[in-house]
Design a protein around this ligand. Sequence first.
Ligand SMILES: *Cc1c(COP(=O)(O)O)cnc(C)c1O
Length: 381
Amino acid sequence: MGEKIIPYGRQFIDAEDVQAVVSCLESGWLTTGPAVERFERKVADRVRAGYGVAFSSGSTALMGAVAALGLGPGDEVITTPITFAATANCILNCGAKPVFADVLPDSLLIDPQSVESLVTPATKAIFAVDYAGQPCDYPVLRAIADKNGLTLLSDCCHGLGSEQGGLTPAQQADITIYSFHPVKAITTGEGGMLVSDDAEIAAAAASFRNHGITSDFKKREHSASYVYDIERPGGNYRLSDIHCALGCSQLDKLDFFLRERERIAGIYDEVFSNFSAVAPLRREPGHANHLYVVRVDNAVRDDLFRLMRSGGIMVNVHYLPVHLMTLYRCELGAGEGLCPVAEKAAKEILSLPIFPGLTAEEQNRVVDVLKTGLTQLESGK
Ligand SMILES: *Cc1c(COP(=O)(O)O)cnc(C)c1O
């Protein structure tokens, strides 16, 4: 086919972004300098949190959270199987046990009732995921966390810019994590951030990001001292000034990006409202629309996936349930039947292209190929 390939997500870079990176390169300061602090402040302010700690990726920011909380063997963390594996990997990798709660059928967000039923004396935290960009039921999760003395973490890698009843996820969770991978709301190429109102958590995460070193370079320079100490395990998980300069410039466009995503999602909603073979997930106001996910009959999903892919439309499945991955089956003895709602949904979902810059013509093509393909497959089944 001669037609252009349409990805499910893509970055939006303009001349200001390019200039921001060039200016950083010309400034002479490439890492752990003013752009990092500026970006941390800007993101934290935007999500109304006290502190931001930039990381080399969303995944390393999650590792920073695990380190700051001191999680390890003997600890349990309740999380969701409908997420990118990084959410659960950081738990498994530190020797703690991920415990998978099931999800709600209409939104695929973590089910608070399932969470509550899984709390044990070993539970230390809830790692909730704002799947597709929609905030979880934070008021209920907050109450469960407070009642049981647990840390509530929001993996908000899909949800930068989202709100719920006037509150951001970062205002409701103890720790919130963002990713700046190119498919996410804003990009730094690779990058992530941990935000929190807790100064100790932020300091511990910042130390983990820099080899567990306690005082940073600038403080040593001020005090004219060569002395530093290492108090905890860590590594180099820093984000450079070059990345952060791009991040600042991208963040200035976040409202535009969010409006575009909402507009595109609204068109899909409208188109599918009278096409019963396609059921979009429930979308509440304040959704960041990172993904636009629909459910179709599981008997035709895989054929539809192939048909759309061969038509140049890069639909995807977010996600194969994490607890069914080989590592999790081996380590936890997890398997089919653990999270039936998630397992059923995973056989029916497709993520359709949604990103700022998706043209009306491209969106029409997505809808045409989907509708035509589905009608053919349904009649042949
Ligand atoms: C993208 C993503 C991550 C990891 O972010 P990276 O920046 O790619 O490391 C973690 N959790 C979720 C839900 C994500 O979508």
